[in-house]
Design a protein around this ligand. Structure first.
Ligand code: NAP
Ligand code: ZN
Ligand code: ZN
Length: 349
């Protein structure tokens, strides 16, 4: 079937309206009418081929929510009309150690929601800036939030799970002191989730203008990271710091804030590498620098259910598909509170 989408034909071209093909649902497939799609900084990195390897035409979008419009005959658990989501993954090998542990994001052969090889035309996956998507039932998530919250649930499918997974892996909870660096799409979810998990949560921002907001999001303290005095007050004190910054920056300012055995976990994937960290600062306190990739399907469902139970959604600004390039420019200026979400109904216009 042909559906309307928004995507780019080259790294240096703006996004534009295009028609794309979706496969007819196979026996195990769920066809979804996409209502909303969040705009992740990874969409921008990919569309502009900042990481290299982008295949065009590129239709980004991996924070997808909508309603089931058809199911294959072997599908159990989903019926037409159900509110569902799709995140960054639409398939994986199913039998490697990662897949068997429910950590499909660490499968060497996972299929990303966009920019991955697939048998479907045009030979690579096309994401959620589109009217419909067809996905294997094992990669479809159930949404239990109130219907009116659907647009604000979309960012949970990437920003939510990418912060939830490391917060859980490093066992953040009551008694832990946790820092969240960069209060953008990922960071604002990181603050909400760390707070909800019971941690003493400190937001680090370069934007003085986000100081009040960060408190409202759930931060117990806010540090403007450009102010050396404010940073120094937290020396040697954090159990865990999650760095969501989308640009290259010095890590030493944050490793110095970890207590002995603390971890700085990187989730931001900047176009240019970070300067090498000061190894001595790690060795003399047995500190770690780690990384983390999105999250598996089971933990994504766990996060969605936790958020539904605790009334957690993203703070979103709704846009039309034809505003996407302007949204990217504003995202680069850190001028978004705190996630753009496309109203996919605008694709029909
Ligand atoms: P975003 O909304 O643009 O937020 C990034 C935030 O970083 C900004 O709001 C800003 O916060 C801060 N920042 C930006 N430029 C900075 C600079 N030059 N120096 C210091 N701080 C700066 O982006 P996002 O969607 O949250 O994504 C963040 C990064 O995570 C991207 O690189 C994305 O590709 C990556 N990502 C990784 C995964 C994964 O699985 N590991 C998943 C999704 C996304 P302040 O104004 O508060 O300073
Ligand atoms: Zn993302
Ligand atoms: Zn696998």
């Amino acid at each position: 079937m042909t559906v309307k989408a928004y995507g780019a034909y080259a790294a240096d071209k703006p996004l534009e309206a295009m028609d794309i093909e979706r496969r007819a649902p196979g026996p195990r497939d769920v066809e979804i009418d996409i209502a909303y799609c969040g705009v992740c900084h990874s969409d921008l990195h990919t569309v502009r081929s900042e990481w290299g390897g982008t295949i065009y035409p590129c239709v980004p979008g991996h924070e997808i929510v909508g309603h089931v419009s058809a199911v294959g005959e072997e599908v159990s658990g989903f019926t037409v009309g159900d509110a569902v989501g799709v995140g960054c993954l639409v398939d994986s090998c199913r039998h490697c150690a990662g897949c068997e542990e429910g950590l499909e994001q660490y499968c060497s052969h996972f299929t990303g929601t966009y920019n991955s090889p697939t048998a479907d035309p045009p030979g690579h996956t096309l994401g959620g800036y589109s009217q419909r998507i067809v996905v294997d039932q094992d990669f479809v998530l159930r949404i239990r939030h109130d219907a009116g919250q659907l647009a604000a649930v979309a960012p949970l499918l990437c920003a939510g799970i990418t912060t939830w997974s490391p917060l859980r892996h490093w066992k953040v909870g009551p008694g832990s002191k946790v820092g969240i660096v960069g209060i953008g799409g990922l960071g604002h979810m990181g603050v909400k989730l760390a707070h909800a998990l019971g941690a003493h949560t400190v937001a680090f921002t370069t934007s003085e203008s986000k100081r009040e907001d960060a408190r409202a999001l759930g931060a117990d303290e806010v540090v403007v990271s450009r102010n050396a005095g404010e940073m120094a007050a937290h020396k040697d004190s954090f159990d865990f710091i999650l760095d969501t910054v989308a640009a290259s920056h010095q890590l030493d300012a944050f490793t110095a804030l970890l207590r002995r055995d603390g971890t700085l976990c990187l989730v931001g994937v900047p176009e240019h590498p970070h300067p090498s960290p000061n190894v001595g600062a790690l060795i003399f306190r047995r500190r770690s620098i780690a990384g983390s990739l999105i999250g598996g399907i089971a933990e994504t469902q766990e996060m969605l259910d936790f958020c539904a139970e605790h009334g957690i959604v993203a703070d979103v600004e709704m846009i039309r598909a034809d505003q996407i390039d302007e949204a990217y420019e504003r995202m680069l200026r850190s001028d978004v509170k705190y996630r753009f979400v496309i109203d996919n109904a605008s694709l029909a216009a």
